[in-house]
Design a protein around this ligand. Structure first.
Ligand code: CMC
Length: 426
């Protein structure tokens, strides 16, 4: 393998260094390209652009591989907990028993919200989307906790405070949206159990904790915990690169995640399946619409920028979905609609030719419905899961001595110079 790539422009050769990652991925280093050649690259959507060197998550889209800090997602989903996986992502190694205990203790210590924050919630219109509320509230956290972050702490106060409070904030948003009293966390519950408790307990019908659902929530959040340089993570890094505080960077990530092409797809999938059910649409109808180039409709929960095979997270999600529904004896007709649609799409030449497979969002909504999570909260569930990844990526960026402010260039296609025309001559 050559150490350089050769670029020929107007008969002149330029040698560009090639960087090789630990898994063999090759990148042409163009950092000096404009300085030496006067040219820039053009890559809308950044499908061919590496924006950083990272040691957090590895994906192989052709083989359907996902690993956090080297550990396969399948092993983490089977053996780890969300809290342990969060530690792994943020620090780069699995915690020993003492560190894990300290992490859990700190998550418990930080789980209350400042009571003044409740006034913020009460002033959002009742129909406000919880993702908009969450993004605003995370940004607002900065005014309550303005202290500097110690980036060297492994059991990191600031990071754990965010991870703990965002979970409480999400549950409070739900309770307030229903007009119910908020429920405080319990010190004897784990991170995931506490979320279900804060969401669903109430004074007249106490919530019966089901370990099956707690386990499912652990897996759900592990599957969402990081996914290298996706849209929201890139947003966190880009915004963070201006050296803004972490709360503002995470708030930008939450906003980016909200979109239906990204994390908002889990809500959009369920709405699509419900629409099929209500209007008696067959999979063939929906697939025809997705194939139609004149129609902006996309088959929600299908396709991925990186995966050109079955998303490994979707495989685990589907298995978990079957298990949870069976164990809880829930018969969700939307699961049948989803399975029929998946089969039809996987056998359709359009989807086969373009390598479009189910992604993590295709089955995740059915699992969330089984837990009792309302559709409007689905993307919030994704956001809570993605927090450790965003934090790990923000930290990696903050510690990288070579990192610069993110500032892409453009190819200008507008008017060339022309004179200002006074109003009476236009
Ligand atoms: N339905 C119909 N056609 C599709 C779909 C789909 N779901 N996804 C991609 N295509 C087509 C696309 O129109 C394009 O066609 P052509 O080559 O004729 O222009 C071709 O497949 C290649 O796709 P692309 O748009 O270049 O792919 P992308 O990498 O820019 O977009 C995506 C990736 C995820 C935004 C897209 O597949 C999509 O919109 N999927 C539906 C929304 C969704 O499920 N999003 C969740 C993604 S996974 C979780 C997450 O990231 O949060």
């Amino acid at each position: 393998m050559s150490e350089f790539a050769t670029l020929l422009i107007d008969g002149k050769e330029y040698k560009l260094p090639v960087i090789v990652g630990t898994e063999g991925e090759k990148a042409i280093d163009i950092r000096k390209l404009r300085q030496e050649t006067g040219h820039i690259t053009f890559d809308p959507g950044f499908g061919n652009t590496g924006s950083c060197q990272s040691a957090i998550t590895f994906m192989d889209g052709e083989k359907g591989i996902l690993r956090y800090r080297g550990i396969p997602i399948e092993q983490l989903a089977e053996k780890s907990t969300f809290v342990e996986t969060a530690y792994l992502l943020m620090n780069g190694y699995l915690p020993d028993r003492e560190s894990l205990t300290r992490t859990s203790v700190m998550l418990n210590d930080f789980s209350l919200l400042h009571e003044d924050m409740k006034f913020f919630y009460q002033n959002f219109p009742s129909k406000a989307h919880p993702m908009g509320i969450l993004s605003a509230m995370v940004n607002a956290l900065r005014s309550f906790y303005p202290e500097l972050i110690d980036l060297d702490e492994d059991v990191n106060r600031t990071f754990l405070r965010i991870i703990s409070k965002v979970r409480t904030m999400a549950a409070v948003a739900y309770k307030i949206s229903r007009g119910h009293a908020t429920v405080y966390p319990r010190p004897d519950y784990s991170y995931c159990a506490n979320f279900l408790h804060m969401m669903f307990d109430n004074p007249v019908i106490p919530y019966r904790m089901d370990q099956e659902l707690v386990d499912a929530l652990n897996v759900f959040w592990i599957l969402h915990a990081d996914h290298e340089q996706n849209c929201s993570t890139a947003a966190v890094r880009v915004v963070g690169s201006g050296k803004v505080n972490i709360y503002a960077a995470l708030s930008a990530g939450i906003s980016a995640l909200w979109g239906p092409l990204h994390g908002g797809a889990n809500q959009a999938v369920i709405q699509m399946l419900e629409g099929m059910q209500q209007n008696n649409l067959t999979p063939a109808h929906v697939i025809e619409k997705a194939r139609d180039k004149t129609d902006p409709f996309k088959l929600m929960g299908f396709g991925h920028r990186v995966y050109k095979t079955y998303d490994p997270r979707a495989k685990i999600m589907k298995t978990m979905c079957d298990k949870v529904l069976k164990k809880l004896q829930i018969n969700d007709p939307l699961l049948d609609v989803a399975m029929e649609l998946e089969e039809a799409a996987l056998n359709d030449s359009y989807f086969q030719d373009k390598n479009l497979y189910p992604n993590v969002d295709f089955y995740s909504g059915i699992v969330l419905r089984a837990m009792g999570i309302p559709t409007k909260m689905f993307t919030v569930m994704f956001a809570i899961g993605r927090l450790p990844g965003w934090i790990a990526q923000w930290r990696e960026d903050a510690l990288d001595p070579n990192q610069k402010i993110s500032r892409p260039r453009q190819v200008y296609m507008g008017e060339t110079i022309r004179d200002y025309i006074p109003m009476d001559k236009r």
